[in-house]
Write a new protein. Structure first.
Length: 423
């Protein structure tokens, strides 16, 4: 069975749902992005990984970096060394890298930093990582793919690298007044990466298609949610790639397949990346980043707010999940009242639903309209039945269901897979 885990708003699939799906999956595929962090927890400690897929810590499972990814090879090599530090297997037998995945070149990272400096803005996480420029080079057909590393001696591959370096040098020297790249140094970097990663690179599409024919359980893991999809999200405040579950099989190397099941997740509150319209943030005078009962360190560059019904309805339509899970309900415990954004006011108009004409820049300056529901006290993370939740928590879930026009199949009240209780 092919299963796609899909976030309906800004974030990817919730960690608790991911852990539940990993239990029954044979193969885990990352099919887009390349830099969204997740925490790998082991008995020897924890570490935030950006490239390696979730599930690599489980013996017997194979992880795939798919066709649609841009891969930071220096970061990946460091993460592989961390896997060895944690005494976890991370060799070619359980990690496959698509020959079609794009290589994140060092000059993409440099270009991102120079562009932000020239604009007078502090560097963002994405600009520091350089993925925007790597995806741009892919669209310009001057990027190197992982399979090219195995054929660096081909004149066509060398010419493409030379063309890219020449174009970057024109930008670096004439636009930013920076030093030019050394083409020979770029070739040496590629040769070093090729020597290390050659055993990992393969036709992952062929591997996945064969596994599907054998009846293996394949999980497509998204790094970002529906609202960050390049084509259907809140453009231009999106990622540089497609994040929808409908692209999962295609971007993994299986264009003739589609997921048999889509598992959608919605956080019980809004959490989005910094930058771009985020109407829910001004729906309450309270600082939600401080009010919420969130465990551990929070990644930088995130903004928080109440549940956003228009955004969630839009994501529900884009992802069209077979199973829907409300996640992180425990984070709202202790609030006297819980607001829910029901619409956006733009002048005399109230926006209840988003579409291609009412998204992205058109949400700048809108004022959220919200409705408040009673909060609840006490820790609910140990509750293992929906009937055992406080009445106010059940009323909150029912209110969201009514606004979405869709019943939740499960509700997550904690971090582990056991925290997902059936609705």
């Amino acid at each position: 069975m092919l299963t796609a885990l899909a976030g309906l708003t800004w974030g990817g699939g919730a960690e608790s749902v991911m852990e539940r799906l990993l239990e029954t999956s044979d193969i885990i595929v990352r099919y887009q992005g390349g830099g969204a962090p997740h925490t790998l927890r082991t008995e020897d400690g924890s570490y935030r990984f950006r490239v390696l897929p979730e599930g690599l810590k489980y013996p017997g499972k194979v992880c795939v970096l798919g066709d649609g990814m841009v891969i930071d090879l220096d970061c990946l090599r460091h993460e592989l060394s961390m896997m060895r530090y944690f005494h976890l297997p991370a060799g070619p037998e359980n990690l496959r890298i698509s020959a079609r995945a794009v290589v994140l070149m060092p000059f993409s990272i440099r270009e991102g930093m120079l562009a932000r400096q020239a604009s007078g803005q502090p560097p963002t996480e994405s600009s520091r990582q350089g993925f925007i420029y790597a995806y741009a080079d892919k669209a310009l057909r001057q990027a190197l793919r992982m399979g090219d590393l195995l054929h660096l001696g081909l004149p066509a591959v060398r010419q493409r690298l030379r063309r890219c370096v020449d174009q970057k040098n024109a930008v670096f020297t004439k636009v930013y007044g920076d030093q030019p790249l050394d083409y020979k140094e770029m070739v040496r970097w590629c040769e070093e990466q090729a020597a290390f990663f050659a055993p990992y690179i393969c036709d992952t599409g062929r591997f996945l298609a064969g596994a599907a024919e054998e009846g293996k359980e394949i999980l497509f893991a998204s790094q970002f949610g529906a609202l960050l999809d390049l084509d259907y999200g809140l453009y231009p405040y999106t990622s540089s790639f497609n994040t929808l579950a409908g692209f999962a099989a295609v971007r993994s190397g299986m264009p003739g397949h589609r997921p048999d099941r889509i598992v959608g997740t919605l956080p019980a509150y809004s959490v989005g990346v910094a930058g771009g319209p985020f109407p829910a943030q001004s729906a309450s005078a309270e600082d939600w980043g401080e009010m919420l009962s969130l465990p551990g360190d929070r990644p930088p560059g995130l903004q928080y707010g109440p549940f956003d019904l228009p955004a969630a309805r839009y994501g529900l339509r884009l992802q069209h999940p077979d199973t829907l899970v409300l996640c992180g309900l425990e984070a709202l415990s202790g609030l006297r009242s819980v607001p829910v954004v029901t619409g956006y006011r733009a002048g005399d108009t109230v926006i209840r639903d988003l579409d291609a004409l009412l998204a992205g820049d058109r949400l700048d300056g809108v004022r959220p309209e919200s409705e408040r529901l009673p909060g609840w006290e006490g820790d609910i993370s140990g509750i293992r039945s929906f009937s055992g939740l406080p009445q106010e928590a059940k009323r909150y879930a029912a209110f969201l269901e009514e606004g979405l026009g869709r019943r939740f199949d499960g509700v997550s009240v904690g971090e582990g897979p056991e925290s997902i209780i059936p609705r």
